[in-house]
Design a protein around this ligand. Structure first.
Ligand SMILES: [Zn+2]
Length: 253
């Protein structure tokens, strides 16, 4: 991020906000490091994320438990000073100057501390991982444990109701036909939930379920063309997705 800013000739000191869609290590693990360079910036995050940003001990442990070696590759997480964290309220608006106002929409599902950002004037939705990820145009669900089906569906419904034009994924890039992509993810979620649940009840483990899904679902064909490193990463994340879908659905509190 810092090198991208440098390419844009923007000094880190000019940054006002780092907005975190959620605090998984690959999205927020560098916030504490970045904010040291960004002297005027505040970190905006979900209320449930606040304590973990200030003291990332549990977050780092959970990252290692869930991601194994992948967490080590990201590196340990530095804390964000308490007075630099701004809790995101639902429907909060951020005025970033003429023609650019951002709306916060709390969209739990991928994580309980997930939010999305909507630029209404331009129809641009930054959806984090609320509607899965998009790898080379292929949409893949991202439903790690603890997974709540109804909560995830209602978050996607909320994003569909915004009628965005452009959908920006945390992984990777921005695409047109946003409504189509959101609806695709919603349907894929229902389909996979049914298949994974019934295979899991038959006693299949997540590796076996992934093998069956790859035979049945051409949306996973993108795995065939990936480099070894990217494939390994995707494999870990797909297993996490299947683990989430196969576990007991936790009732929303
Ligand atoms: Zn995530």
């Amino acid at each position: 991020m810092l090198s991208a800013l440098s390419e844009l000739n923007i000094s880190p000191g000019e940054i006002d906000y780092i907005i975190l869609t959620h605090i998984h290590i690959d999205h927020a693990g560098g916030a504490g490091t970045a904010i040291r360079e960004m002297s005027g910036a505040r970190v905006i995050a979900h209320s449930r994320a606040r304590s973990h940003l200030i003291d990332p001990t549990r977050l780092w442990k959970a990252s290692q438990d869930t991601l194994g070696n992948l967490a080590q590759q990201y590196g340990s997480i530095e804390p964000v000073p308490e007075d630099r964290v701004l809790v995101a309220e639902d429907l909060m608006k951020l005025d970033l100057g003429p023609g650019l106002e951002l709306e916060v929409h709390l969209t739990p599902g991928h994580a309980p501390h997930h939010l999305s950002i909507f630029d209404r004037a331009n129809g641009v939705l930054v959806a984090g991982e609320a509607a899965g990820v998009c790898i080379d145009g292929a949409i893949r669900l991202a439903t790690p444990r603890p997974f709540r089906l109804e909560e995830t569906l209602s978050s996607i419904d909320r994003l569909i109701a915004l009628e965005p034009q452009t959908l920006c994924y945390g992984h990777f890039g921005c695409y047109g036909n946003a409504s189509e992509k959101l609806n695709f993810a919603r349907q894929k979620l229902l389909d996979w939930y049914e298949v994974v649940n019934s295979l899991s009840k038959e006693g299949k483990n997540s590796e076996e379920i992934l093998t069956i899904l790859r035979e049945k679902d051409s949306s996973l064909d993108y795995l065939n063309g990936l480099s070894k490193d990217t494939y390994n990463r995707e494999h870990v994340l797909l297993i996490n997705t299947i683990n989430g879908l196969s576990g007991p659905t936790v009732k929303s509190d």
